[in-house]
Design a protein around this ligand. Structure first.
Ligand code: AGP
Length: 605
């Protein structure tokens, strides 16, 4: 996600801002910029790409001054470019932003009617011009009024042209803190950026507004009254700070899933119905599609397997799912009425990109579900549905998988609407169920400690099986990949009903079996498969709903999930699978974030 740094003090601001942005590079970004009070005006320099590009620009047009704001952008709305880079501003102000303004389209239309024009594709430029529209000389009042007009998550750093030396900040949903030092005061997305200068900081609660000068800090509460903040001391080192206090990026990203799902789903729900209009995909787009072909690799392909079941179940539209490296060599049967959906976190996976190009050669419309804005797959697809998980640093994909599911659920409900398979009322009920389930993912995260204890029983395990039926089967595939790729334990995912056709010969006393039994409709069948492996001595971890009442002797361990519709259980069941693999890898001393032999993005065939 984006990084924000602001400084007002006695030293030159640009050097301190660039150093701070450098400390935030780990968050992932695709462009950067700074605004500084220089020679009595706000001057802004920004550049696409690495920070070095910005540094080069600053060499060409140096900015002298001791108060400024800086930003590294992780693109959400609008591709990476100089124009879309932050800061954004007007004659009155300059602003940097981390988050997503969900109602930016409506606000932009309102502002256009007031005479504003826009040069970028970003929600941030809209936010800056909303603030401009509200500003009548009182910064805090303007910020309060503008914030009240915006829906979604934001952290803003702001300079007002008629307030030299002052930095203002406000947040809702995105992180932002203020830090104090003898040489000046800071705002930043996380304390990593300024640890070399100070460890003294205070946090901002949602809607609180702060004004910093070189030697003062004033905070107003949501009600406009001045408040005192407790000064805290950061006892983290830089590496810990980058992980937000988590021991590994993977665990941090597992815990970011509820927020990532909210950021991805909420902007695509209007009057309770799914819509991709803000993504440039008009309502009615899916109506004439005869078939969907999903293509992806690894975890993204497992998301596609769930997506197939969702779309076929709701829209009664045939869906195929293929591993990209196979699809591209099997001379597939495709027509222009096939919608090809490529799923990719990085948007750079060579096999998936090659499959996309093949589909386009065959005249198929290609829709990409991608997490990295401006990536090659995003640029070459005909349509893009971005996921808003923020940068995924750990090699093992977790939050990207969940938000891919989020988009596929929205797509399944949207297609079902357009195909007349569900009424608007039924679609609203489905959306409500989806959002309720997203909320329940937080309860699943609370099970981390008991799951850690179960995972430690796998410390010496040589081989393990995942079994499940219906939606549980693709989840077993994902759980198996997670466990293999980071703990190096060999394991296999098997359709529970298929085990008896051969593989059950490998089930001997003590062999661990993870049985996924979340599908209410299939529970008796899956439990009969659990009995089969128990009869051969398997040690079973049963993952099922809290409402299930299986015989106690069927399992050695049980993980009970909150209740949700069978359709949405994948959003819940994937979390214990992720945590299981994480803790198994930790107790086996593996390099969790950078597993051996693996890369975050496989850009070779
Ligand atoms: C997931 O944990 C793996 N790291 C890997 O399977 C990954 O999902 C696959 O390489 C696809 O990557 P993409 O989503 O960036 O295309």
């Amino acid at each position: 996600m984006c990084g924000i740094v602001g400084f007002t003090g006695v030293a030159g601001a640009v050097g301190i801002l660039m150093e701070g942005l450098g400390n935030l590079e780990y968050r992932g970004y695709d462009s950067a910029g700074v605004s500084v009070f220089s020679e009595g005006k706000i001057r802004t320099v920004k550049a696409r790409g690495r920070l070095q590009n910005l540094a080069d620009r600053l060499k060409e047009s140096p900015l002298e001054g001791s108060c400024g704001i800086g930003h590294t952008r992780w693109a959400t709305h609008g591709e990476p470019s100089d124009i879309n880079a932050h800061p954004h501003g007007t004659e009155k102000l300059s602003l940097v932003h981390n988050g997503i303004i969900e109602n930016y389209v409506e606000l932009r239309e309102m502002l256009k009617e007031k005479g504003y024009s826009f040069v970028s594709q970003t929600d941030t430029e809209v936010a800056a011009k909303v603030l401009d529209f509200c500003y009548e000389g009182d910064p805090a009042a303007a910020i309060r009024r503008a914030s009240g007009m915006m829906e979604g998550a934001f952290a803003f750093g702001i300079l007002f042209a008629d307030r030299p030396g002052e930095i203002y900040a406000v947040r809702r949903g995105s992180p932002l803190i203020a830090a104090l030092s003898p040489e000046g005061n800071f705002i930043t997305s996380d304390v990593t950026a300024v640890l070399r200068h100070t460890r003294r900081y205070f946090t901002l609660e949602p809607e609180e507004i702060v004004r910093l000068t070189a030697d003062s800090a004033v905070v107003w509460g949501a009600d406009g009254k001045e408040i005192q903040k407790e000064i805290l001391t950061a006892d983290w080192n830089v590496e810990q700070a980058q992980k937000g206090g988590f021991p590994h990026f993977m665990l941090k990203e597992i815990f970011e899933q509820p927020q990532a799902l909210d950021s991805t789903i909420h902007p695509r729900v209007h009057t309770g119905l799914p819509s991709f209009a803000s993504d440039g995909i008009p309502d009615g787009f899916f109506r004439d599609i005869d078939r969907v072909q999903v293509i992806a690799c690894g975890t993204a392909m497992h998301a596609g397997m769930v997506g197939r079941m969702v779309i076929e179940k709701l829209a009664r539209l045939p869906v195929d799912v293929d591993i990209a490296s196979e699809f591209r060599y099997r001379d597939p049967i495709l027509t222009p009425r096939h919608l090809v959906v490529v799923v990719s976190q990085s948007g750079e996976t060579a096999d998936t990109l090659a499959a996309l190009r093949l589909a386009k050669d065959r005249g198929c419309p290609v829709l990409a579900i991608v997490n990295v804005a401006g990536s090659t797959i995003a640029r070459e697809a005909d349509h893009v549905l971005y996921t808003f998980a923020g940068p995924e640093i750990a090699v093992a994909s977790t939050k990207a998988y969940s938000v891919q599911l989020g988009v596929l659920y929205l797509m399944g409900i949207r297609i079902a609407l357009e195909k007349g398979q569900v009424s608007e009322e039924e679609a609203r009920a489905l959306i409500s169920g989806l959002l309720d389930t997203v909320e329940k993912t937080k309860k699943c995260l609370e099970m981390a400690e008991p799951i850690r204890k179960i995972a430690e029983t796998y410390r010496e395990t040589g081989s393990l099986f995942f079994i499940g039926r219906g939606f549980d089967y693709p989840l077993c595939c994902e759980g198996s990949l997670k466990l293999k790729e980071i703990s190096y334990i060999h394991c296999e995912a098997y359709a529970a009903g298929e085990l008896k056709h051969g593989t059950i010969s490998l089930i001997t006393p003590g062999v661990p079996v993870v049985a996924l039994a979340t599908q209410g409709a299939l529970l008796p069948k899956t439990l009969s498969n659990v009995k089969e492996v128990r009869a051969r001595g398997a040690s079973v971890l049963l993952i099922c709903r809290e409402s299930a009442h299986p015989e106690e002797d069927l399992f050695a361990h049980r993980i009970s999930l909150p209740e949700a519709d069978d359709l949405f259980m994948p959003l819940l069941s994937v979390i214990p699978l992720q945590l299981l693999s994480y803790y198994a890898a930790v107790c086996r001393g593996c390099d969790v974030d950078k597993p051996r032999n693996l890369a975050k993005s496989v850009t070779v065939e």
